[in-house]
Write a protein that binds this ligand. Structure first.
Ligand code: NCD
Length: 331
C-alpha cells in the first residue's frame, strides 16, 4: 500500500510518505480557499459529481461520519450509508466480505469504520481481486488504525506551527488511554516522517502504548519517552494530544482498568504550566479529561481540528480520484 506520491486505498498511516502528506495539506488549503465563494463551491461540486460513495460505518461515529459526508458533498459526490449491520443481509448470514463486495457494484468509493483491526486491508485486497475494484478508505478500524484522523492531526499541527518552522523539531505529548486509542497509534506513526520530533507518552503502565508501537518507533529511530508524570511534561511540550478512556473495549477485552483522571486531565491549573504558544489537541469525543473551562483559551484548538478534518478528507478523496491538478490550477 506504499504511496510514492499517489494514493488509491487509504488503509493505515504508515503508507503515507512525507511528499504525499505535504501535497494533501496543500490541496486541503486550496480546497478551503476555493470553497469560500459560490463560484468556487460550484466548481468543487462539479469535480466529482459523477461519483457515488458508500459510508459503511458499523461502529459508532458522529464526527468522522459527518466529516466524510461533508467532504464528499464538497466534491459533489453522492453518498449512501449503512450504519447498522442489523439492517443489512448480514442478519441472513451473509459474510461481511460479501456485503462490502455488493457495495462495490453500486458505488465508486467505500469509506468504512469497523470494530475489527485490519478489516479494511482484507476488504481492499479482496476488492483488488474482483473485476470491479473500488478504493477503500479506513475511517477507523478496531484499536489499530485511524489514518485520516492522523492526517487531520498533522494538518492541524502544520497550520499551528506554520510561523514557527513547521512540525520538525517539535515536542508532542500524548496523554490518556494510549493502549487502546487508535488515533494515538496512527499519529505517532505518521510523526515518524518528520525530523527531530520528541514524543512523550503520558499514561500509567496499564494504559501505555503497546510493544509493537514501541518497536515501530525504535525501528524508525524516533526519540520518545514513556512517563506517568503529566505535570513534569506540560511545560516542556509544543503540543499536547489528549485522549479519553476507551471504556467501550472493557466488555470486549474483559478489562476494566480505571484511569486516574486527576492525574491525566487538563483544566485551568494544568493550563497555567503550558507554554504560551503551545497547543492542546483532542480527537474528540471527550469525557472529563478536558475541562470545558479551557475551551475559550486560544491554545485549545480541538474545534479547529474538527473542521480541518473535513478539508483534509476532501483533499484525500480528490487525490484518490486524481483531481489534484484541476483543483490546484483553479483561479
Ligand atoms: C476517535 C476514534 O473513533 O478513534 N474519534 C474520532 O474519530 N474523532 C477517538 C475516540 O473515539 O476516542
Amino acid at each position: 500500500m506504499a504511496t510514492r506520491g499517489k494514493i488509491y486505498h487509504c488503509i493505515n498511516s504508515q503508507q503515507f510518505d512525507r511528499p504525499l502528506i505535504e501535497k494533501l495539506c496543500r490541496l486541503a488549503d486550496q480546497i478551503r480557499k476555493i470553497a469560500d465563494t459560490k463560484e468556487g463551491m460550484d466548481f468543487l461540486e462539479s469535480t466529482l459529481h459523477h461519483k457515488r460513495a458508500m459510508l459503511y460505518f458499523v461502529q459508532p461515529s458522529t464526527r468522522t461520519f459527518l466529516s466524510f459526508y461533508s467532504a464528499c458533498q464538497i466534491l459533489g459526490i453522492k453518498c449512501a450509508e449503512v450504519r447498522d449491520p442489523k439492517t443489512s443481509s448480514e442478519v441472513k448470514g451473509e459474510s461481511e466480505e460479501d456485503t462490502v463486495r455488493i457495495f462495490s457494484s453500486y458505488f465508486d468509493l467505500i469509506i468504512m469504520r469497523h470494530f475489527k483491526a485490519n478489516f479494511t486491508v482484507t476488504i481492499a485486497e479482496m476488492l483488488d481481486g474482483t473485476d470491479r475494484p473500488v478504493p477503500v478508505i479506513n475511517a477507523g478500524s478496531g484499536k489499530d488504525q485511524h489514518p485520516t484522523q492522523a492526517l487531520l492531526d498533522i494538518y492541524t499541527l502544520k497550520r499551528s506551527f506554520k510561523d514557527r518552522g513547521g512540525i520538525d523539531g517539535k515536542r508532542i505529548a500524548f496523554v490518556g488511554d494510549l493502549w487502546r486509542g487508535r488515533t494515538v497509534r496512527s499519529l505517532a506513526q505518521l510523526l515518524t516522517k518528520y525530523q527531530g520530533i520528541k514524543q512523550y507518552f503520558v499514561a500509567p503502565t496499564e494504559f501505555q502504548i503497546s510493544a509493537d508501537l514501541q518497536a515501530y518507533l525504535n525501528e524508525a529511530g524516533v526519540s520518545y519517552e514513556l512517563t506517568d508524570d503529566l505535570k513534569r511534561i506540560i511545560p516542556l511540550v509544543d503540543a499536547i494530544y489528549m485522549t479519553r478512556l476507551q471504556s467501550e473495549w472493557d466488555e470486549v477485552d474483559g478489562t476494566c482498568c480505571q484511569l486516574d483522571l486527576d492525574k491525566y486531565s487538563i483544566g485551568r491549573r494544568q493550563l497555567a504550566l503550558l507554554k504560551p504558544d503551545a497547543i492542546i489537541m483532542h480527537p474528540l469525543p471527550r469525557k472529563t479529561e478536558l475541562a470545558r473551562e479551557i475551551d475559550a483559551d486560544p491554545r485549545a484548538i480541538y474545534w479547529k481540528q474538527v473542521r480541518n478534518g473535513m478539508w483534509i478528507r476532501a483533499a484525500l478523496i480528490a487525490m484518490i480520484f486524481q483531481q489534484e491538478s484541476a483543483i490546484l490550477s483553479y483561479t
